[in-house]
Design a protein. Structure first.
Length: 315
């Protein structure tokens, strides 16, 4: 008598009775179960506040509605119509885009240059530079802005004395005030880029850099042709983070230009939203500015990632 043998995987697949798809279906929920606590936290901290922000942007929501004296009235896209019809909004939007772009480029340039420098110096200078950079990174924005205001103070600041500028006020002119804020933003932002890029450079095999140096490549050519392509995933992360941080700068502008500068000449979108929501008690209009900022950042990030995917980058 012949004992029937169990079908192997191939025979089971041909017979249509394989149990592997069912096992895969049961295990497909396992990753989501592990992610469920984090997703719940993110939903509570991100999704719900964004939902409330978007909801308020469709209502006429002022101090009267906050205190309960009057009911909130649905305005539809009325707040967005008022916002887009305000010439100051477009001026502030343009200033925000240009200022954020300058901050991102400067931060990446300084951070990447210092990351390369860390690989060229000895242990003691490297440790000193790392501690100084991390100290700048850990300094609260309000404290750092106040210190920079003192350094460039027209009466007591040491910078004017060293440069022989007398009582020159850096915060009086529009461009000089933006430049001063840019320097402070770069000062407190470059450590993140420096540490991240330095970690990426240390992960690059030394034989690759030695081969490039033996071929006669300069340091700039090594960075442009060897390190930058290998570090592109890391550069994507630091670039997107810098765009998000610098586009929504608030504390530095508010503290260093006293709320947006003379006649609002140094306003950016975050400060503009604050003025509309809290100074003017137009909370619906301020929420509309916040939603516009959110959509702009999402669009910039998605376009940037799409361009990288077209170039064949793994993200």
């Amino acid at each position: 008598m012949t004992v029937p043998r169990p079908p192997n995987e191939a025979e089971g697949a041909r017979g249509g009775r394989s149990t592997r798809p069912a096992a895969r279906g049961r295990g497909g929920w396992t990753p989501w179960l592990y992610l469920a606590p984090a997703l719940l936290v993110l939903g509570g901290l991100l999704v719900y506040p964004i939902y409330q922000l978007g909801l308020i942007s469709f209502f006429a929501y002022t101090q009267a509605q906050v205190s309960g004296g009057e009911p909130a009235t649905f305005e539809g896209f009325g707040n967005y119509g008022v916002l887009f019809g305000d010439p100051q909004f477009w001026q502030v939007l343009l200033a925000t885009v240009l200022f954020a772009a300058a901050c991102v480029v400067s931060t990446l340039a300084v951070g990447c240059a210092l990351a390369v420098l860390l690989t060229r110096v000895r242990a003691v200078p490297r440790l000193a530079l790392m501690l100084a950079a991390l100290g700048a990174w850990a300094t609260p924005a309000v404290t750092g802005s106040t210190v920079w205001l003192f350094l460039f103070d027209p009466d007591f600041g040491p910078v004017n004395r060293m440069l022989g500028l007398g009582d020159h006020s850096w915060t009086y002119g529009r461009f000089s005030a933006f430049l001063l804020v840019l320097l402070e933003v770069v000062w407190c932002s470059f450590p993140f880029v420096m540490v991240t890029v330095y970690a990426g450079i240390r992960a690059v095999p030394g034989e690759v850099l030695e081969a490039a140096a033996l071929d006669g490549a300069s340091q700039w050519r090594i960075w442009r042709s060897v390190l930058a392509p290998m570090l592109r995933p890391i550069l994507v992360v630091v670039t997107i983070q810098s765009v998000i941080w610098d586009f929504k700068v608030f504390t530095q502008i508010y503290v260093m230009t006293n709320g947006g500068g003379i006649a609002g000449q140094n306003l950016v979108l975050n400060v503009y939203a604050y003025q509309q929501a809290f100074a003017s008690s137009q909370y619906g209009l301020g929420s509309a500015v916040g939603i516009v900022m959110l959509l702009i950042l999402l669009a910039v990030t998605l376009v940037y990632l799409r361009l990288l995917r077209r170039q064949g980058e793994e993200l």
